[in-house]
Each structure stands twice: as C-alpha cells, then as structure tokens.
Design a protein around this ligand. Structure first.
Ligand SMILES: Cc1ncc(C[n+]2csc(CCOP(=O)(O)OP(=O)(O)O)c2C)c(N)n1
Length: 274
C-alpha cells in the first residue's frame, strides 16, 4: 500500500530505536501529516531537535535536519529562521530538553515570538537516560530519582509559553491523533512562536514505575483525563483536580514576529545588510 507520508522519512534510517509501545512515533507521524496537509515544501522545511529519545525524530525525517545539543534546539532554530525567514522551521524537543536544561531558551524564544513551530513530546520523564524526574513529572509520580514520588510541582509548559509571549499554544495527546495533527497544522499557520505539547506515553521509563506498564493503559489514561478546552472552561474549579487536563488551542494572540521586527530595525538603520 502506497503511503503518501513515506516520502518524508529516511527509509534507510528505519527502524527507529524507540521502545515497543512508545508514543514518539505517533507524534512524529502527526508532524509529517501536518506538513503534508499544509503542503509545506520539503526542501524549505527544516527540523531542529535537541537531545533525548524525542529528539531522535529528526534523524528519521527526510528534510534538512539539525540534531543539536541538549536544550539548545530553540537557539539553533532561531538562527536558522533569522538567516532565512523563508524557511519553515520546526523544533522537536522533550520535556527535559525544553523545560530543564533548555528552559531559558524556551522562555526567550516565546518572548521574542520567533516564527517557529515547537512540538514538545511530553513523556513526563527523562526517557533516554533511564527515567529520572523532569520538571514535567507530575507531583507524586515515581521516577528513578524520585522513588517515593516527585516532590516538586510540575511545570505547565503551556501556561509557561503563554506567560512568556508565545502567540499560539496548544496541547493534545498520542491518543487523540487527528486532533494532535490538526493542532500542529494550525500552529504552522501562525506567524510567530507556536508551541504544541504532544503528550506521549513512555511505558518503559514512566509507565512501569507508575503502574501503567501497558502502553494501552497509558493511552486510556490520556483518553479519560483529557478534556476539550470548551468543556474545560465550563468545568467548575473543584472538578479541575486529579489528573484532568485541558486539550485544544489553549491560547492565541497576534503580535509581530521576531524576523519582521528585525527587518524594521534594518530599515531604521538605512537598509544595512539587506
Ligand atoms: C549537556 C548534557 N547534559 C546531559 C545530557 C544527558 N542527557 C541526554 S538525554 C537527557 C534527558 C532527555 O530527556 P527529555 O528531554 O525529557 O527527552 P526524552 O528522552 O524523554 O524524550 C539527558 C539528561 C546530555 N546529553 N547533554
């Protein structure tokens, strides 16, 4: 069977290294389906990733790709976008990559409203290095570095992105595949910093420690706890507790993107460098 999206993958780099039941492949496919839906030119689309299981996706994708240093995908992507604003620049990052070592780059990318589409594969854990707690491990959930449950409060990366200045913020899950694909595609339409949190299951490092070793159980947890934004907004505060979380477009704003703002400065300076 001919699969239209196969042209977006480096067939000679497959099969991938992700564990059986991992959700990263679902999120990666959602990205290429969104690229296909939007008709982005494969030769004008750049995929930039950091380090981690999630960031391995760039190696499988047949675009110009950059597998950077841990936490540094957003600054590399910013440089690429500023050097050639014609390019579609997509960032793939993990929860540790984006909110721990890369946390500062993340907030400053949002603050500048750089025209990037950033997809965070949120598996709630440092997957690649053996399941240490990340800033997005929910309080009370177990990790190799939190055998009695994480004490820290977890970041809500979507709220963080909104507060820092991102102009499109959305969340979906590996269970809600079409929804996730549509949200990524919508993020590609926004000329500014678009942030999409894709919740993915990690049965090996997160699930096994938290009584959800079965990937299907993890996906059912997503199904049962995700609440569409419109319904979430109508929920009384006392019902927004436990594991429940909102999905959908969580925030949208209109603001000048960084490359356009910089163009104005170049004009002010008399067109130097144009
Ligand atoms: C500067 C630096 N520090 C630490 C590491 C080790 N390291 C590699 S991947 C990783 C964690 C990745 O976790 P996350 O970003 O959540 O991605 P996941 O593997 O879960 O997809 C760490 C700490 C590194 N490669 N470079």
């Amino acid at each position: 069977m001919e699969r239209s999206y196969e042209k977006y993958f480096r067939q000679n780099r497959l099969p991938h290294l992700w564990c059986p039941g991992c959700g990263n492949g679902i999120a990666m496919k959602a990205i290429v389906k969104a690229i296909e839906m939007k008709g982005l030119d494969q030769n004008k689309t750049v995929i930039v990733s950091g380090i981690g299981c999630s960031s391995r996706a760039s190696g499988y994708m047949d675009f110009d790709t950059v597998h950077t240093a841990h936490g540094r995908a957003i600054p590399f992507a910013t440089g690429i976008k500023m050097a050639n604003p014609e390019l579609n620049v997509i960032v793939i990052t993990g929860d540790g990559d984006c909110t721990a070592i890369g946390g500062n780059h993340f907030i400053h990318g949002c603050r500048r409203n750089v025209d990037l589409t950033v997809i965070l594969f949120d598996n709630n854990i440092y997957g690649m290095t053996g399941g240490q707690a990340s800033p997005m491990t929910p309080t009370g959930k177990k990790a190799t570095t939190a055998p009695y449950g994480a004490v820290d409060h977890a970041f809500d990366a979507c709220k963080l992105a909104e507060a820092a200045g991102a102009t499109y913020v959305a969340r979906s899950t590996a269970y809600h595949v079409q929804h996730l694909t549509d949200l990524i595609a919508k993020g590609m339409d926004n000329k500014g910093f678009s942030f999409i949190e894709a919740m993915v299951q990690c049965p090996t490092s997160f699930g096994r420690k938290n009584k959800m070793a079965d990937p299907a159980a993890m996906m059912m947890w997503m199904r049962d706890n995700a609440v569409m934004k419109a319904a979430w907004d109508k929920l009384p505060e006392e019902k927004k507790t436990g594991d429940k979380f909102p999905i959908g477009v969580l925030y949208e704003a209109s603001d000048i993107d960084y490359a356009t703002a910089y163009d104005h400065v170049i004009d002010l300076a008399g067109g130097a460098g144009k």
